[in-house]
Design a protein around this ligand. Structure first.
Ligand code: HEM
Length: 337
């Protein structure tokens, strides 16, 4: 297990000076489940050994959980009104969803049902960053899981790739995230993939986007021309320089006009974000520092804690009251903790 974990060079960002919302703590499971961080790390490392792309899948899952209604693992709920049926979530990786439930089962076997799915997503996202070469940072814990999914309208507040910087800034501001959070968190696009449908608005015949390197655009246009399913089969790495490594090369891509989405490329072109995006291209430590702080900030958005309504789900895909109903039916699968 430690091979991959040890092969990455750790940059540690100290975030414990960041303010915490009531109910979260840096040492939440120290007594009730001291092995939780080790178990999560073990599972993440094993999963990434099989498929490094799962790291990107988990990091994005964390964002898509937190942004619509807070970090409450609502994105994992299945069923009729599942967030997973909304457009921004259609390309979430099933392997990332499965990994979180596998980790939950393992943690609950060890400690009993004491750790929430929301905390497991948070830890797994942090560990995915580290295992890909990014910074280590502590994350505050103590979230509870929500009872119900976010509405379609809330899920669709997730920013679209064709937004410009003012619209992105507004979307982030509505969730109490600022321009520094926008520029740093977009740096998560240093890993992972996008489908042609997410950037074809920038390609001919739809557009002749002057903010894109012409050779890069021609390559993407040729690639996406082969897509037979409305832009949903062919994929392109988000960071052309180091697609699987969590580093600051994404910002180099932007300087070279090789950002994939309009939302990425705009960061280096717009006066309100250019300075910071350029700084991150020149100084990886500065990027890592702000990224870690912004992740910790995002991880605290609208969290449910012991003081308000939430629960520790026994299966990340359904609220406990539904689990009781489904496990009393003969065809149901058994919950293993
Ligand atoms: C700033 C606004 C953002 C926009 C417009 C945006 C948009 C997108 C889109 C369209 C995709 C590709 C979907 C597809 O075609 O399959 C994607 C992938 C991804 N996004 Fe974002 N995103 C944003 C912010 C973030 C943030 C804040 C994070 C995490 C901190 C994040 C992490 C990722 C990752 C890791 C992937 C790759 C996923 C994979 O390979 O499975 N994104 N994003």
């Amino acid at each position: 297990m430690l091979a991959m974990w040890c092969s990455v060079s750790w940059a540690t960002v100290t975030v414990n000076d960041e303010p915490l919302v009531a109910g979260l703590s840096w040492s939440f499971y120290d007594v009730s489940c001291p092995s939780v961080e080790g178990i999560v790390r073990w599972h993440v490392t094993e999963a990434l050994r099989r498929d490094i792309g799962i790291a990107a899948g988990v990091i994005r899952l964390f964002f898509h959980d937190c942004f619509p209604q807070g970090c409450d693992a609502s994105v994992l709920l299945s069923g009729g009104k599942s967030e997973q049926k909304e457009l921004p979530n259609l390309s979430l990786r099933p392997a990332a969803l499965k990994l979180i439930e596998d980790i939950r089962a393992s943690v609950h076997r060890e400690c009993g049902p004491r750790v929430s799915c929301a905390d497991i997503i948070t830890l797994a996202a942090r560990d995915s960053v580290v295992a890909s070469g990014g910074p280590f940072f502590d994350v505050p814990l103590g979230r509870l899981d929500g009872f119900s999914p976010a509405s379609a309208a809330q899920v669709n507040t997730l920013p679209a790739p064709f937004l410009d910087v003012p619209a992105l800034t507004e979307a982030f501001k509505n969730r109490s995230l600022d321009a520094a959070d926008l520029v740093a968190l977009s740096g998560a696009h240093t890993v992972g993939l996008g489908h042609c449908s997410s950037f074809s608005d920038r390609l001919p015949p739809n557009a002749d986007d002057k903010t894109m390197d012409p050779a890069f655009r021609a390559k993407l246009a040729a690639k996406c021309a082969k897509d037979t399913d409305g832009g949903n089969t062919v994929t392109q790495v988000l960071d052309v320089r180091t697609p699987d490594a969590f580093d600051n090369k994404y910002y180099f891509d932007l300087i070279a006009k090789q950002g994939l989405f309009k939302s990425d490329q705009g960061l280096i072109d717009h006066p309100s974000t250019k300075r910071m995006a350029t700084r991150f291209a020149l100084n990886q430590a500065a990027f890592f520092d702000q990224f870690a702080r912004s992740m910790v900030k995002m991880s605290q958005m609208d969290v449910l804690t012991a003081g308000n309504a939430g629960e520790i789900r026994r299966n990340c895909a359904m609220p406990n009251n539904q689990l009781v109903l489904s496990s009393s039916s003969p065809s149901s699968s058994q919950n293993d903790a």
